[in-house]
Structure formats: C-alpha cells, structure tokens
Design a protein. Structure first.
Length: 78
C-alpha cells in the first residue's frame, strides 16, 4: 500500500498552477480558511471560474498547507 502522505504530495504536485486571479482567495484558504464565505466563491464564479476549478485549487492549496505544517512539525519533533 502506498504511503498516504506521499499520495497527497503527488496530488499537490500534479495540480495545475493557480491562476493569479485566485491569489487573494487562495491566500485566504491557506491562512484563515475559517473565514472563507459563499461570497468569496461567488466572486470567483463571476470572474469566470467554474466550481470544479475553484474546488480543485482550494483542495490543492489546503493539502499543500497541511503538508507544509506537517513537515514543520516533524522537523521540530525530530
């Protein structure tokens, strides 16, 4: 069975680059996901992004941030 953490790294590595128009939204996801609202998503839709594009970028950034925090924690512990 594959290592689940490595599988997540592959998911992130295989994700398309984020459009720069999503930068502020993705920063919000990274730094304070609890503050993301329906309005944030609507703004992206109006800008022409599909729900699938928004979801894909959101998941990729959330996984990447989680892995970063895991790596930092492992560095401190180890």
């Amino acid at each position: 069975m594959a290592d689940p953490i490595e599988e997540l790294r592959k998911v992130v590595g295989g994700s398309p680059p984020a459009p720069r128009e999503m930068a502020a939204y993705l920063e919000k996801v990274r730094d304070r996901a609890y503050a993301v609202t329906d309005r944030d998503i609507e703004v992206l839709k109006v800008a022409g992004f599909t729900e699938d594009e928004i979801f894909g970028q959101t998941v990729a950034v959330a996984i990447a941030e989680g892995l970063l925090r895991l790596d930092l924690a492992n560095k401190v512990i180890g």
